[in-house]
Design a protein around this ligand. Structure first.
Ligand code: NAP
Length: 279
């Protein structure tokens, strides 16, 4: 039976450490979240971020715009926040409505306040091997979770299913920097199972139930990033947990695995941007 990669337990430990670190400062960091429209999932994510930030003593401001807001209004707000010395970190909750060009919006955030690490400067530094101001939260959380359980990365074959800018691509770079051999798969990859079966570490970031035990090598490590609601409105991951748990050596559950780590890393990134701005 696989050991569980417990993201909740590690999140709590990280948040305690961050809280203690912030007690050394007279000032508090301020995290500003821009939320456009009323996507229920986005609203839940933003509320969780706000609640967690406040527990740590981070000021958290959510600016909510209607779904028909224009790009110029968002760009003007980001410029104002970039220039505001009291603002530590800026996060634009994705997805944005289709009439807004998400690249224009992300590119406008100052790299020094880009708490998600998505701006071209931070993403570019990650890809060239230079240290970005911060690393993207979900990939950073995955690596932190693997490290907590002392899972070997160097020399291992890591197969990532999903090639998004927020998970698959940055995670591939971070695993490469840790000397893994990395394969990225996506919706046009033929014979996915043939590839995942060769993996020592499988990371799935798709958003649908696609990984069963017949796709896994015995003893592999399984990290499930996907989150979706099944036909009974139950929160599920990409991996058939009940099957995979009997094949893998370690597995992250959904919920309780990568999700809590993403929030913990968002807080860690906010604190790091704050400390860089203070020093
Ligand atoms: P995304 O941008 O929609 O990317 C999904 C990726 O999965 C794409 O690369 C897509 O391939 C690939 N894909 C889709 N169907 C596939 C299939 N049948 N076989 C192989 N690959 C397939 O999603 P995302 O933003 O990366 O998020 C992925 C999932 O992770 C979602 O469920 C999301 O909610 C979850 N997520 C969780 C956290 C967390 O903190 N736990 C954080 C971020 C995301 P193409 O590129 O070819 O379309």
């Amino acid at each position: 039976m696989a050991e569980i990669l417990d993201g909740k337990k590690l999140r709590d430990k990280i948040l305690e450490e961050l809280k203690a670190r912030l007690e050394n400062y007279d000032k508090k960091p301020t995290l500003v979240v821009i939320l456009v429209g009323d996507n229920p999932a986005s609203r839940i994510y933003v509320n969780n971020k706000k609640k967690t930030a406040e527990k740590l003593g981070i000021n958290s401001i959510v600016i909510n715009y209607p779904s028909d807001v224009d790009e110029q209004t968002l760009l003007a707000k980001i410029e104002e926040l970039n220039n505001d010395k009291n603002v530590t970190a800026i996060l634009v909750q994705l997805p944005l409505p289709p009439h807004i060009n998400k690249f224009n919006i992300i590119n406008a955030i100052s790299p020094k306040k880009d708490v998600d690490g998505f701006t071209p400067e931070n993403a570019g530094k990650l890809f060239t091997g230079e240290k970005p101001y911060v690393y993207p939260c979900t990939p950073r959380g995955i690596i932190r979770l693997l490290d907590e359980y002392k899972i070997q990365i160097e020399g291992q074959h890591a197969v990532i299913v999903g090639r998004s800018n927020i998970v698959g691509k940055p995670l591939a770079q971070m695993l490469l920097q840790r000397n893994a051999t990395v394969t990225i798969c996506h919706s046009r990859t033929p014979n996915l199972a043939d590839i995942t079966k060769t993996a020592d570490i499988v990371v799935s970031a798709v958003g649908g139930k696609i990984i069963g035990k017949n796709m896994l090598k015995s003893g592999c490590v399984v990290v499930d990033v996907g989150i979706f609601k099944d036909e009974n409105s139950k929160t599920r991951g990409d991996v058939d947990f009940d099957e995979a748990v009997s094949v893998a050596s370690y597995i992250s559950p959904v919920p309780g695995g990568v999700g809590p780590m993403t929030i913990a890393m968002l807080m860690a990134n906010t604190v790091e941007l704050f400390e860089k701005a203070c020093l």
